[in-house]
Ligand binder design. Structure first.
Ligand SMILES: *Cc1c(COP(=O)(O)O)cnc(C)c1O
Length: 395
């Protein structure tokens, strides 16, 4: 909810972690995928080039590569989601036309990118650091976004806003020029946030804030669209261009947003919301989920521990009876993320068995800063029950 509490530092003052935006050149755009397109363009990626992308990915990472005229080559990830450096070397040996590598800090845990940075430097290849899950954090004294030539963020995954992404660089000057998307868009961005806080029950509102692919935000946008432009009018035809695509509604890429600035409302929210509170509360919620579920039969946290320098996006759990448990959780109304459940066509076990397995088995639970203690407790009980019931059916 967009309650006033979200704007105060409150009692959650904890360890401050650097944000993606600290000390970097920044461009606030309307989505993470648009920022990927800008990063690749800044690296000079074009027709005939290849871009290495993790086989475990969000499908929204691929269309920006195609928009540049380049093709994607997938590389493997390890069971802990880290990039498989040996496989990256093998792909580079096979494909001399690789111009850039994309690497993702999955679920908010910063990876050690020093070896990959060194490899890219040695080969003269650009590095795009995908911090969509990692708006805050550091590893070995390096802030997230500090290793890539360019880094991108998906602000919606961390802030209570309906559009927003960022392109940042601590290594190069940014020359992308942005323009306002116009008063209709500005009004919509603000209205959507108010609509979320007033018209919906708490859990649906949370789903929107989590940017989950549950159509909740699409419903909000559609409701607004319908309210402003009756079907068949010129306004209705223009409406799609007033709502940028992002992970909740689809994986598509609309190049009309490439030079559009994020809304005033979103930019203000990024500035006003307490970053320390987001980090502290997300970490606390994650650790509570970990503590409550780590020894529950039928599941295992994907990460053995939460590193000090991490601010999690969600809490990923490896679940044995994944589909049965997911069905029960969906039925109970627990918001979850099945990251990687749909991979880009052609990415199967022959490309990377680990990615397919992660996509099938991970159920990620929210650790959003806006969660209440009672909701967290309810979620834990419901997950335990779903695991238990699914184990019984299996037995
Ligand atoms: C969500 C996501 C993106 C794209 O972000 P949007 O803001 O939805 O465009 C990129 N990479 C990863 C890993 C993501 O999860």
């Amino acid at each position: 909810m967009l309650s006033l509490a979200a704007f105060r530092a409150g009692p959650d003052a904890g360890r401050a972690l650097p944000s993606l935006l600290d000390g970097a050149q920044t461009r606030l755009v309307t989505s993470g995928r648009i920022a990927i397109g800008l990063a690749l363009r800044a690296l000079g990626v074009g027709a005939g080039d290849l871009v290495l992308v993790p086989a475990y990915h969000s499908p929204s990472m691929i269309p920006p590569v195609h928009w540049c005229g380049a093709e994607v080559v997938f590389y493997r990830v390890l069971p802990d989601t880290c990039a498989d450096l040996d496989d990256i070397k093998a792909r580079l040996a096979d494909h001399p036309a690789v111009k850039a590598v994309m690497v993702t800090h999955f679920f908010g845990v910063p990876q050690d990118l020093a070896p990959l940075r060194a490899l890219c430097d040695a080969r003269g290849i650009g590095l795009v650091e995908d911090c969509a899950h990692c708006f805050f954090g550091e590893r070995d004294g390096v802030a997230v976004g500090g290793s890539g030539d360019y880094a991108i963020g998906s602000s919606m995954k961390f802030f209570p806003i309906h559009e927003g992404g960022c392109l940042v660089s601590r290594r190069h000057a940014l020359d992308a020029r942005l323009h306002s998307a116009g008063p209709g868009f500005e009004a919509k961005a603000a209205l959507a946030a108010l609509e979320t806080s007033f018209s919906y029950g708490r859990l649906p509102a949370l789903r929107v804030m989590l940017a989950l692919p549950l159509r909740a935000r699409t419903l909000v946008w559609n409701a607004l669209k319908a309210a402003r432009a009756p079907a068949g009018t010129a306004g209705a035809a223009a409406a799609p261009s007033l709502a940028p695509s992002s992970s909740d509604s689809s994986y598509s890429f609309d190049p009309r947003w490439i030079d559009k600035r994020s809304s005033w409302f979103s930019r203000l929210t990024l500035r006003l919301v307490s970053h320390t509170r987001i980090v502290a509360r997300r970490r606390r919620h994650y650790l509570a989920l970990h503590e409550a579920l780590h020894d529950t039969p039928g599941c295992r946290p994907l990460f053995a521990a939460l590193p000090d320098g991490a601010c999690p996006w969600v809490f990923p759990l490896l679940v044995e009876q994944t589909d049965a448990v997911a069905e029960r959780l969906a039925h109970a109304g627990v918001p979850m993320v099945r990251f990687g459940a749909s991979l880009w066509p052609g990415v199967d076990a022959t490309v990377c068995a680990t990615s397919v397995e992660l996509g099938q088995r991970v159920i990620a639970l929210p650790c959003h800063q806006a969660l209440h203690g009672t909701e967290l407790a309810w979620m834990i009980t419901t997950v335990r029950q779903a695991l238990q019931a699914s184990a019984k059916v299996e037995a």
